[in-house]
Design a binder for this molecule. Sequence first.
Ligand code: PMP
Length: 428
Amino acid sequence: TEKNREGYAPLYDPFETFFSRYVYRRVQHCFNRPISSAPGAELTLKERCTDDRNWTFRFTGTERRCINLGSYNYLGFAGHSTHDEVAAAARRYGLALCSPRAELGTTRLHHLLEETTAKFLGVEAAIVVGMGFGTNTLGLPGLLGPGSLALSDEKNHASLIMGLRLARATVRVFRHNDVRHLEQLARAAIAERKWTKIVIVVEGVYSMEGTIVPLGAMVALKRRLGLQLYLDEAHSVGALGPRGRGVCDHAGVAPADVDVLMGTFTKSFGAAGGYIAGSAKLINWIRQYGHAHTYAHAMSPPVAQQILAAMRLLDEEEGRRRLRALRENTHYFRDQLRRMGVVTLGHPDSPVVPVLVYTFSKMAATVERLTESGVATVGVGFPATPLNKARIRFCLSASHSRGQLERCVEAMARAVRELGLDYSRQPR
Ligand code: PMP
């Protein structure tokens, strides 16, 4: 990019070179697709077409109803009838509190949600934050500082990486889910005798991989070596374990054995925001030193109400039914994909099901073919994945009927045939 007369680079790349224009359009074409309905088991996509004269898109005015395999609506609470209670909360408190929690931004719903979240997870206390991403980026600097060492899984989410950078902690990365590599790094760090604290930072379910953290082994290691454990359950809370309590529930680990339980409400609960949960002392500390409580807008009250309603349902027969449906749908869909010979990644219980298509062009073509067949899904490529590991990411939901999933399987089988995605019969 061109520098100005004084030699300074521009603030941003205006996408004016051919290559960046091309990439921009490719990317725009399979991502950022506007929807005009709730992201339930089905959703409505607004159709667009490219306008070659000025490299942009035009809406065609038509809409396409698709089965939705792209949203993280694991338990089907997006667009659910809890919305009567949510509307009542909006009428009473409004949508915004125009204040952080520490000033005039705390309502009865926030207290209730914090108590309920702690009880739901089986720990002493919780703090809730208006944004999931900000829960990590603002929470981690409250716990780690320049003398701290974070041992971070290589597949950790951007919000964890950014939080660790903001904390100015030293970060060493271990191979994904590799407890032996983690132990090597931990032992080497202990031998250095210079760290004020050593914290293992991992996720429950990894959203690009569909893998599940080996939590039992991690807890055993951190106990043996006297380390701490920070666990991000954005994709596992609500969705995993016989009671939907997340990866502790799935692995049979006591929640109190994890030092910091973090999660978001944006997936299983069909809401927004995040939480940090653990001992009462931890939460008092985060309230003081995690910047979210003091400097960021409080969670919107109707959002808090939505989460409360979803948590209440999860403790009733309705919740158990949804958890069973999610598990059955996940197993059915993974099974069908395996039969097609595509390369699926991850744990059999993970409702995120990535399918490797390797190249960016196959990723874009698959997303387009599926959309034409009435299946909305998400392609993921570089930089979220390695350059040659582009994938399609399917997200299962308790709200999908078997008939809907059968239609998705048919559409995928067609795309596999037409685009050559059956890598079981091809050299990779
Ligand atoms: N942590 C993880 C592991 C995530 O995958 C995400 C987002 N998908 C976040 C944190 C950020 O959460 P939110 O989207 O709720 O801001």
